[in-house]
Design a protein around this ligand. Structure first.
Ligand code: BGC
Length: 267
C-alpha cells in the first residue's frame, strides 16, 4: 500500500471503537505511527495496535480521558516519548447522553460538553503546543501539524432530544474555525469532519432494526448508511500534504443528509 504518511506521528482519541478505530487503522496502514487512545476498552485498542505492527507499521494503545487535562498532557508526552514527535491530532472521542430538554439533568449536559467540546479543546491545545515547539520539518510535512475536529451533521442540523450533543458539536465547529485562524501563522492546519449516520455503536438502535433503518434512509439522499471507513479515508487525506492548502474548512461526509431531504418532491 502507498504510505503517504510515512514518518508522521498521529494521536487518535476514542480509537478503540467506531469511527476512531477506523481512522487509527487507516492512518497506521498509510505509514503514520499511531497512538490509539481509549478510555474504557483497552482490548480493541491493543488488538488494533498489534494489527498495525503486524502490517509493518507502528502503533501503541494508551489510556486517557479527554475531559481530564492531566490525561491529555500525558497523552501527548507519550506520543513524543514513544515515537519522537507529533504531527497529527485527531480529536475524535465523543459521546451522546440523550434526554428531552425538559428532563435533561445538568450532569447529562456537562457530560456531553466535557467530552465533546472541552475534550476537543484540550486535545487541540496540547497538540498545538507540541507543533509550535517542533516547527516545520519540510522532510516530514509542509505543515508543523494538523488537527482534525470530529464534528457531526448536528453542528448544523438541530436535533431534538440531543440538545447537549448538538450544542457541543456546534460549539466545536466554531472552536475549529477560531483555532484555524489563530494557528495558521504557526503553519498548523485545523479542519473539521462532520459525519452523518455512520454504522457504529452510537446509533446501533437505528441501523439494527429494519423499520428504523428504512426511516433513516429517508434522511439520506444517497440511500445508504455510511461506514467508518468512509470517514477514515477522508481524514487520512485531509492530514496529508495533498490537502496542504486546506484549513478552517469542514467536510460533510453524510450521503447528503445536510441537503434538506424533506424538501425532495416537497415544499
Ligand atoms: C450521531 C448519530 C446519528 C448521526 C446522524 C451523529 O452525530 O452521533 O447518532 O445517527 O449523527 O443523525
Amino acid at each position: 500500500m502507498n504510505k503517504p504518511l510515512q514518518n508522521q506521528v498521529a494521536i487518535v482519541t476514542g480509537g478503540s471503537s467506531g469511527i476512531g478505530y477506523a481512522i487509527a487503522r487507516d492512518l497506521g496502514m498509510k505509514g503514520a505511527a499511531v497512538l490509539i487512545d481509549y478510555r474504557s476498552e483497552p482490548e480493541p485498542a491493543e488488538a488494533l495496535a498489534r494489527e498495525i505492527i503486524a502490517a509493518g507499521g507502528k502503533a501503541v494503545a494508551f489510556r486517557a480521558d479527554v475531559s481530564v487535562p492531566e490525561d491529555i498532557t500525558a497523552l501527548v508526552e507519550k506520543a513524543v516519548a514513544e515515537f519522537g514527535r507529533l504531527d497529527i491530532m485527531v480529536a475524535n472521542a465523543g459521546l451522546q447522553n440523550d434526554a428531552p430538554a425538559l428532563e435533561m439533568t445538568v450532569e447529562q449536559w456537562d457530560h456531553a460538553m466535557n467530552v465533546d467540546l472541552r475534550g476537543q479543546f484540550l486535545c487541540a491545545q496540547a497538540a498545538a503546543r507540541q507543533f509550535v515547539k517542533q516547527g516545520v520539518n519540510a522532510d516530514i510535512s509542509r505543515a508543523s501539524g494538523k488537527i482534525v475536529s470530529m464534528l457531526s451533521v448536528h453542528d448544523v442540523i438541530p436535533w431534538m432530544g440531543h440538545v447537549n450533543y448538538a450544542a457541543a458539536k456546534g460549539g466545536a465547529k466554531m472552536m475549529m474555525l477560531t483555532l484555524a485562524q489563530e494557528f495558521a501563522a504557526h503553519k498548523i492546519r485545523v479542519v473539521g469532519v462532520s459525519p452523518g449516520a455512520i454504522r457504529t455503536d452510537i446509533n446501533k438502535n437505528v441501523w439494527d432494526n429494519p423499520q428504523s433503518y428504512k426511516d433513516l434512509l429517508k434522511l439520506i439522499p444517497y440511500q445508504r448508511i455510511g461506514e467508518p471507513e468512509d470517514v477514515a479515508k477522508l481524514v487520512s487525506w485531509l492530514v496529508s500534504d495533498e490537502a496542504d492548502y486546506i484549513t478552517g474548512t469542514t467536510i460533510y461526509v453524510d450521503g447528503g443528509m445536510t441537503l434538506y431531504p424533506g424538501f425532495m418532491g416537497n415544499g
